[in-house]
Design a protein around this ligand. Structure first.
Ligand SMILES: [Zn+2]
Length: 374
């Protein structure tokens, strides 16, 4: 299985376990603010010939959404050549001046090279390199296998993630790095190992080790790390391992979440020099009490239903994120040299104006949408 979290993964690539995770993460991660959708039909009073007020609907032409932003961002192979800036929010933003994690380093190897997602804010790249070296030197961990970070200019991706858009998120496999240098093909085909036991609510002692605890603790202990997401069973194992530790201050940063059974998702804080938006601060609770109990109940296998379940109704596809929904600065990031793309001009609205809108007062312009309007 390919690690790609649901903070992270949502579609395809054989990652069924993460689809739920991603959707819910989005709900948690996206700003808790009005969605900013364009104003829809508004009831407006007009006087008829008989002087009796009637209600009709005033139609406002909707702005065409343009191509999904993921198509624009995934087409660019190089970062924007400017100072590093994470722009927007983890799940709705972009990245300028990205730095690549070298595919091989002193104590790491980058995976899934064909995706070209080994780009991040220089602060995150430096942290990954440092963590890899420290883990090998002090934790009995042979090195990091590093999964997705971000695209060269961040932004939404064609597959696999909701966040990872501003170069501040990285997926790190829970599979120890092999001694040999992996070939490009091996990096595409090697599967990460799930840490879960058959009961799905505890870790498998055949694969989970004390070294896993040490690596995650080390990662969470770095001051710039804001959150780490792991499967609830892994969170439980960490709580148990740290039960008698004098230092448990790192534990509250490690939060239980869907998926994440074969990798952990590390997120650093918004750098001071970047126009990005922080998440609400975590509670100081270590997450080992009621919260963990609740999570374990959610991921525990359910007993078979007494009667066959009705087939689920097909759900309409989720709307794609368009450029309009990203911070305005992301347009400039897309067009920068080298290799920037031209932004397609949105098509004009089609169709004849509605009769009602001709006879009514001038319409108000629909408000801008997305985080820039907040
Ligand atoms: Zn992730």
């Amino acid at each position: 299985m390919t690690p790609s979290c649901g903070v992270c993964a949502s579609r395809g690539e054989g990652m069924r376990f993460v689809s739920l995770c991603c959707g819910i993460f989005l709900a948690l991660a996206l700003p808790a603010s009005p969605s900013g959708q364009a104003v829809g039909p508004q009831p407006t009073k007009v006087a008829s010939a008989s002087k009796v007020p009637v209600h009709t609907k005033q139609k406002v032409a909707k702005k065409p959404p343009g191509p999904p932003a993921k198509e624009l961002f995934s087409a660019i192979k190089m970062p924007a050549a400017e100072a590093a800036r994470s722009i927007g929010f983890y799940a709705k933003g972009c990245l300028a001046g990205a730095k690549a994690l070298p595919i091989d380093g002193a104590a790491w190897q980058a995976m899934r090279l064909s995706r070209n997602r080994n780009w991040g804010h220089p602060s995150l790249i430096a942290l990954i390199e440092k963590l890899a070296v420290e883990a090998r030197a002090h934790d009995g961990w042979p090195g990091l296998l590093v999964g997705d970070i971000s695209q060269p200019r961040g932004g939404p991706m064609p597959s696999g993630h909701a966040s990872h858009q501003v170069g501040l998120d990285v997926d790190i496999w829970l599979t120890p790095m092999p001694q040999e240098r992996l070939s490009a093909q091996q990096r595409e085909e090697l599967s990460a190992t799930s840490m879960l036991a058959d009961d799905k609510v505890s870790v498998d002692p055949h694969v989970w080790t004390d070294a896993h605890v040490r690596v995650i603790k080390r990662a969470a202990s770095h001051p710039i790390v804001e959150r780490i997401f792991v499967h609830p069973a892994i969170k439980k194992a960490l709580c148990e391992a740290a039960a008698h530790d004098s230092d448990r201050s790192w534990l509250h940063k490690v939060r239980a979440y869907w998926g994440h059974n074969d990798h952990f998702h590390l997120r650093i804080a918004c750098p001071a020099s970047s126009p990005c938006r922080a998440q609400p601060p975590l509670s100081s609770d270590d997450g080992c009490g009621k919260e963990l109990t609740h999570w374990l109940e959610r991921v525990a296998p359910k007993p078979p239903a007494s009667k066959p379940a009705e087939p689920a109704r097909p759900q309409p596809p989720k709307p794609e994120i368009t450029l309009d929904q990203l911070p305005a600065e992301c347009r400039a990031v897309l067009t920068k040299a080298p290799g920037g793309v031209a932004i397609p001009v949105a098509a004009k609205p089609t169709g004849a104006p509605d009769k009602a809108s001709k006879t009514l007062a001038p319409t108000k312009r629909a408000p801008e949408v997305g985080p820039t309007a907040q």
